[in-house]
Design a protein around this ligand. Structure first.
Ligand SMILES: *Cc1c(COP(=O)(O)O)cnc(C)c1O
Length: 377
């Protein structure tokens, strides 16, 4: 750090230089985040100093949080949910599994997740010191129910289902998981970090949320398809007591207990999420999701025309393409054409996320570049 501060102009130059080195989203097909909506950015700025870790000082912002949690609960078929705005899917998943652990009397607890689970569950196993067992997937990359059942033992405290898997955009059979959870008296956490703001707005309807009695908690990320600012996540519990299992005493704040993982917590994210959800309404989200699905269908059609097939017909705006040597293809797409794509773990395929920052025109360009590389080999 300098002894003397730099001028505003110099600072602006430094920041602009750094920013110009960032990749614009226009050629990014690997990200689940995108440009936040303008109303979210404005609200974020307006509430920049609000700390939800000490809500007694910010009752106005806190009331927005209660409302936005209610809005999310209603979207996911629960009229009275309990939760808060987290930093994202990782924190939401941590909290869901912490609740399972804190309410159980099992000495060596385990939780069963699909093999397609997000890597946050590996962090969770490490942090909570629990075993995270991975259930096999079926040929459509949904969790195999037989495999889940076979993994349940006397130390199992909960199950996780994914509604919108990070790699395949697939939805697990949450209804079957819900039945198993009820039969075995287990928690069922649904990781809808990506799908939570997609599935309710698709033309096809799926049962994946609190409409199923066995579902005890859901994670959904406003900073992905919710078009809020980073960091905005959501954790929702059906039962108040499950949030209470996370309580810590907070002796020197305006409140006496806290259930969040972080202490100081962004009120800006709360306001941003409230703003964009209120402004867009279901109609607005439906429109954007349709736009993303149109892009998705165009991409799949175009890929098939050049002889590349998807691993599964896309359920949401995530596409996996069966290509030879995806690692080389990924590097060449980036180095020769400036496209950012990613790769699934198992099997290794090209993974593309069709976010609203993409356009039909850019997808045509992408397909042309892809064709050049697969033809030349
Ligand atoms: C993105 C994602 C996460 C992690 O969310 P972060 O906001 O990056 O912490 C967890 N689960 C799923 C299914 C995701 O797609």
């Amino acid at each position: 750090m300098n002894e003397k501060g730099i001028s505003n102009q110099k600072l602006t130059d430094l920041l602009d230089t750094a920013k110009s080195n960032d990749v614009g989203y226009e050629r990014v097909l690997s990200a689940m985040c995108t440009y936040p909506h303008d109303v979210a950015v404005q609200a974020h700025t307006k509430f920049i100093e609000a700390n939800m870790g000490d809500p007694g000082l910010f009752p106005g912002t806190y009331s927005l949080e209660k409302e936005v949690i209610n809005m999310m609960g209603q979207l996911l078929h629960c009229s009275s949910v309990h939760g808060y705005i987290t930093t994202g899917g990782t924190e939401s998943n941590i909290q869901a599994l912490r609740t399972m652990v804190n309410s159980s009397n099992v000495a060596n607890p385990n939780v069963i997740v699909p093999e397609s689970a997000h890597f946050s569950f590996d962090k969770i196993a490490n942090i909570l010191g629990i075993e995270v067992k991975k259930a096999e997937l079926d040929s459509k990359f949904k969790v195999d129910i037989g495999s889940v059942k076979s993994l349940i033992d006397s130390n199992t405290i909960g199950l996780v289902g994914i509604a919108g898997s990070t790699e395949f955009g697939q939805i697990d059979p949450i209804n079957s998981l819900s039945d198993i959870a009820l039969e075995n008296n287990l928690y069922l956490h649904v990781d809808a970090a990506f799908g939570g703001f997609v599935i309710p707005f698709l033309e096809t309807s799926y049962h994946f949320d609190f409409v199923l009695d066995g579902v005890t908690s859901i994670a959904l990320d406003p900073h992905k398809m919710g078009f809020s600012t980073i960091p905005s996540g959501g954790i929702l519990f059906r039962n108040r007591e499950d949030l209470n299992h996370l309580q810590t005493h907070t002796p020197y704040l305006t409140i006496s207990t806290q259930s969040s993982l972080t202490g100081t917590r962004s009120g800006a994210s709360v306001a941003a999420t409230y703003a964009v959800m209120s402004y867009l309404g279901k109609e607005g989200y439906r429109q954007i999701v349709k736009q993303c699905m149109d892009l998705t269908n165009d991409l799949v059609e175009g890929a098939k025309k050049i002889g590349i097939n998807p691993l599964i017909e896309p359920v949401m705006n995530v596409v996996t393409l069966d290509v030879q040597d995806p690692d080389t293809l990924r590097a060449r797409l980036r180095d020769e054409f400036g496209w950012y794509v990613s790769i699934t773990r198992n099997p290794r395929a090209l993974r593309l996320v069709l976010m609203p920052h993409l356009t039909h025109k850019n997808l045509d360009l992408f397909l042309q570049d892809l064709e050049k590389l697969v033809k030349i080999g």
